[in-house]
Design a protein around this ligand. Structure first.
Ligand code: MG
Length: 322
């Protein structure tokens, strides 16, 4: 039974929780009967239950007419979520087993509130007869359940909590054409060369790719969204200000940079000697330590536009948490 409860969607668990609240209010000796599951389902999935005609009135009627179930032995009881152990009635036990079978029949691990409802329909003659009084056939129930929006195993709050303790990678890429007479800025550092990038800002491929990698990891879109190249504000801008802006944004969102790994591809000039200065400039702009940034250089072996010295590109993977 515990293993089965582990398969319940968040909504199905809510139904169980509400049912358990009812057990405590009406259950006398604490037995968990199928009527409580009906009330739990109405509270956890009112859209589905109301669509099928199950409202408070019907529940009151069922509460008055449903015969008590034989409670099964306590060794098969489960924790209803509040630390209190409850004994499941015979019918209710079957309902849960059949809900699991419904899920199995479609190859699903999740047991949804709809599966519990189908279990109730097939195992409780009283509830089935109530459905029939309402003109709701098994076919109608199955159709309604099939049309239900997908239920999730975990609730969003739990996901947010998990996310806070997980590392997230993001990928960034940038390329700029190189033209004679322009200033070559890479990683916030001026690299003496006879060519430089064509771009709206200073055309710093490395800073731009880092920006995109960080935004990607944070799920915040891309550089164009935050610093549109149609905005005159960014014309000729030192790209380190983009990183400084991201640093503030990350602080506001409680996000932390774990590591940045980058490769800059250009045929010339040699970048290695400039890496210490680049790492320092980037680390300062991002408010992180120098050893959190790894830089690598590649040539394109004379092949394609980069190989012919017509362009410079950068690939970055950033890892963040929070
Ligand atoms: Mg760019």
């Amino acid at each position: 039974m515990i293993a089965m409860i582990d398969r319940l969607t968040e909504r199905a668990k809510h139904a169980l929780y509400y049912a358990h609240m009812d057990v405590r209010q009406y259950g006398g000796r604490g037995e968990f009967f199928s009527i409580f599951l009906v009330t739990g389902l109405v509270k956890a999935n009112p859209e589905l239950m109301n669509r099928l005609g199950f409202n408070e009135q019907v529940i009151q009627k069922l509460r008055a007419t449903l015969p008590p179930e034989n409670p099964i032995d306590l060794s098969r009881a489960v924790d209803g979520g509040s630390g209190v152990f409850v004994a499941f009635g015979e019918t209710t036990t079957k309902v849960f087993a059949d809900a699991a079978k419904e899920a199995d029949s479609t190859g699903e691990r999740r047991i949804t509130s709809g599966h519990l409802l189908l279990g109730l329909y097939s195992d409780s003659p009283e509830i089935r007869s109530e459905f029939e009084t309402l003109g709701v056939t098994e076919e109608i129930v199955r159709k309604a359940v099939a049309e239900e929006p997908r239920e999730r195993m975990q609730n969003p709050e739990y996901n947010a909590l998990t996310r806070r303790h997980t590392a997230h990678p993001g990928i960034g890429y940038d390329l700029h054409r190189l033209e004679a007479g322009r200033r070559l800025m890479i990683g916030g550092v001026h690299v003496p060369f006879d060519k430089g990038p064509v771009g709206h800002s200073d055309g710093d491929v490395l800073a731009h790719a880092i920006c995109d990698a960080l935004l990607g990891a944070a799920g915040m879109g891309d550089i164009g969204k935050h610093f549109p190249d149609t905005d005159p504000k960014w014309k000729g801008a030192n790209s380190l200000i983009f990183l400084e802006h991201l640093c503030k944004l990350f602080d506001d969102e409680g996000l932390q940079i774990i590591h940045i790994d980058a490769v800059v591809i250009t045929e010339r000039p040699k970048l290695g000697p400039h890496f210490p200065a680049m790492r320092e400039a980037l680390a300062k702009a991002l408010g992180i330590e120098v050893d959190q940034i790894n830089l690598k250089a590649k040539t394109n072996e004379g092949v394609d536009a980069i190989g012919r010295g017509e362009a410079i590109a950068a690939h970055v993977v950033a890892t963040i948490t929070g």
